[in-house]
Write a protein that binds this ligand. Structure first.
Ligand SMILES: [Mg+2]
Length: 131
C-alpha cells in the first residue's frame, strides 16, 4: 500500500463532488489534502503559502473552471513555482488535450473518469520521480 502520510496535495477543482471522490480515493494513502474550488482561490492560497514557505508536494488542477481556467493557473504557478509538479485533471478528454496540457506546463494529465489505481500510480510517479 502506498503511504503518502508525509505528503501534501493541493486539489483545485470547482466540482465539490469530485473533490470528495478524490478524498475517498486517496484516503488509504493518508496523504494530506488541501482544497480550492476556483482558480482565484488557488492563486491566493499559493501566494499565502509562498510567504510561509511552500509545504505542498503536488498540485492537482482542473482545467475547466469558472472565471480563471486551469491553463491560466498553470501558467502562473509554473512561473512562480517551477519545481512544483502539477497534474491536470480534466473532464474534456478530447483528442489533443493531453498534448495541450503538457505543452502548457502540466507534468501529467488524467482524464475523468478514471480508476483509483490510475490516480495513485500517477501521483506516485510525480512524487517519486526517481523510483
Ligand atoms: Mg471543472
Amino acid at each position: 500500500m502506498t503511504d503518502l502520510s508525509d505528503k501534501t496535495i493541493f486539489l483545485v477543482d470547482d466540482d465539490k463532488d469530485f473533490c470528495f471522490l478524490i478524498k475517498m480515493m486517496l484516503k488509504k494513502t493518508k496523504v494530506k489534502l488541501l482544497f480550492a474550488y476556483n482558480g482565484e482561490e488557488a492563486i491566493q492560497f499559493m501566494d499565502k503559502q509562498a510567504t510561509q514557505g511552500i509545504d505542498i508536494d503536488l498540485i492537482l488542477l482542473d482545467i475547466q473552471m469558472p472565471l480563471i481556467s486551469g491553463y491560466t493557473v498553470i501558467d502562473l504557478f509554473k512561473k512562480r513555482y517551477p519545481e512544483l509538479p502539477v497534474m491536470a485533471v480534466t473532464a474534456f478528454g478530447m483528442i489533443g488535450e493531453r498534448e495541450k496540457c503538457i505543452q502548457s506546463g502540466f507534468d501529467e494529465y488524467l482524464s475523468k473518469p478514471f480508476e483509483e489505481s490510475d490516480l495513485v500510480i500517477l501521483i506516485n510517479r510525480l512524487l517519486n520521480p526517481e523510483s
